[in-house]
Design a protein around this ligand. Structure first.
Ligand code: TRP
Length: 460
């Protein structure tokens, strides 16, 4: 049990791993959330703070997840057990596995909307917000799209690491990049795009505040797919001689690059079309639908954009499912196929309330009687609640616990041996102790502080 099975799959190359992990990182979070967080928080100033959080906290923590996975050659639960044997720490792995599945359950709902929008004519007379509300409230559209999207995810994961995950990452990530370049080109060449660029790129340090740092850190964290055990699982498929610093570094660079590019795509378009930059996952379907509806070649560009969004969501859904599947494959006698189908089935059942919460079933659309209006905004539905509990709280909690496990229980020195490739020159004399300090102190303390500030701010 404690020994990894000799036939455990591995990535075929560093590129395969980097594309798959970058596919996980690049998702709805980059293309919609990041640009508007930046826009709301002083543009360039936010971007600089985001980069600092990424470099000082998130990237060191990324190495810890990768190292834990490669050391144990197992899913998050198994990787923890490989270090500590049977102990309550296994529950932390269990939390990660559950979080991945819970995030997938609503992520695939939003992804299904994106797929639906690929086939919509955006230049209709109906106002975008009305059209969007009608679309998401129609279970005959939303549920099949959601189910179909999950089924496609199951199809990829069932084929395994090389034939499924890596192969599709190699096809979809270049496509995503080309689409992003095309839509960005159209956006920055619109008349009036300059105002959007100025808004996005000019740092306004007068807007820097404590809360903004919280936002930047949270975004860096979500964007790199940390705290869900994804990187533990993906690290477990890395060969022993792979340099985790280099491989993980590439993932962080790609993720950041694509987030920055998404800002270049969205702001010029929004400003050129006289729209206000606003915030929220549903607005991509409203504001941008208007933008595309009004611009020359808009229907075509709109189709490309929603295709891009759907692809980005797809390459993030694959790892969300894979975490649970790797758990089932490692810890039970199930085949990968059975595991993938069962996990997908569970995600479907879990996600149904979210899918039906955008107007289809009124009882699921407004939970303000249960959670009030303070934390989640006016009339929060099931989807908002699940996103908050799992996508914000559980994720961050999982990451703090994992960093404490790696830094203190497994031991930062042991972990460092794993991070360093065999010959040990990935981290120099000073980088090792720095990483040790980051993982033992800086990371858990900062994240806990952020969680507390965030909760206090939301509740008060
Ligand atoms: N990083 C993804 C995005 O930017 C979202 C995400 C968060 C995720 N945690 C994850 C994706 C874990 C895969 C696995 O949209």
């Amino acid at each position: 049990m404690a020994f990894p099975s000799p036939e455990r799959e591995q990535w075929s190359s560093r590129l395969g791993f980097v594309l798959a992990a970058a596919g996980s990182a690049v998702g709805l979070g980059n293309i919609w959330r990041f640009p508007f967080k930046a826009g709301d928080n002083g543009g360039g100033a936010f971007v600089l703070i985001y980069l600092a959080c990424l470099l000082l906290l998130c990237v060191p923590y990324l190495f810890a997840e990768l190292a834990l996975g490669r050391n144990g050659k197992r899913n998050p639960v198994g990787a923890i057990r490989a270090v500590r044997g049977r102990s309550p720490w296994s529950l932390v792995g269990g939390l990660c596995v559950a979080t991945g599945l819970a995030i997938l359950s609503y992520y695939a709902v939003v992804a299904g909307w994106a797929v639906g929008y690929v086939f919509r004519d955006l230049a209709t007379a109906e106002a975008s917000d009305v059209a969007f509300a009608r679309f998401t409230a129609d279970p005959l559209w939303v549920v099949p799209l959601f189910g179909g999207f999950l089924f496609a995810t199951v199809g990829v994961v069932a084929r395994g690491v090389r034939q499924g995950i890596e192969r599709w990452a190699k096809i979809l990530m270049p496509m995503l990049f080309v689409l992003l370049c095309l839509v960005t080109f159209r956006a920055v060449t619109l008349p009036g795009a300059g105002a959007g660029l100025a808004f996005y790129l000019t740092p306004d340090f007068s807007e820097v505040s404590g809360l903004m740092v919280v936002e930047a850190l949270g975004q860096a964290f979500f964007s790199l797919s940390l705290g869900v055990g994804t990187m533990v699982t993906y690290g477990s498929y890395l060969p022993d001689d792979e340099n985790l610093v280099v491989a993980g570094g590439y993932v962080a660079v790609f993720d950041t690059l694509i987030a920055l590019m998404a800002g270049l795509m969205i702001f010029p378009a929004v400003f050129a079309m006289g729209q206000d930059p606003a915030e929220g996952p549903s607005l991509v379907f409203v504001v941008l639908a208007d933008v595309f509806g009004a611009m020359p070649l808009g229907s075509f560009v709109g189709t490309l954009f929603f295709l891009l969004l759907a692809i980005a969501a797809f390459t993030s859904s694959i790892p969300l499912l894979e975490v649970f599947v790797s758990y089932l494959v490692d810890e039970t006698t199930w085949s990968r196929r059975t595991a993938a189908l069962s996990a997908g089935g569970v995600a479907f059942v879990l996600g149904l309330p979210s899918a039906l919460s955008q107007g289809a079933v009124p009882a699921l659309s407004d939970l303000s009687w249960l959670v009030g209006n303070q934390i989640l905004g006016p009339s929060p539905g099931v989807l908002d609640l699940v996103d908050f509990l799992w996508g914000s709280v559980a994720l961050v909690l999982g990451a703090v616990l994992l960093s404490v496990f790696v830094g203190w229980v497994w031991g930062a020195d042991e972990a460092l041996e794993e991070v360093r490739p065999g010959n040990g020159h990935a981290m120099g004399r000073w980088a090792g102790p720095l990483w040790r300090a980051a993982i033992r102190y800086a990371f858990p303390v900062t994240i806990l502080a952020v969680l507390v500030v965030d909760l206090l701010y939301d509740v008060l």
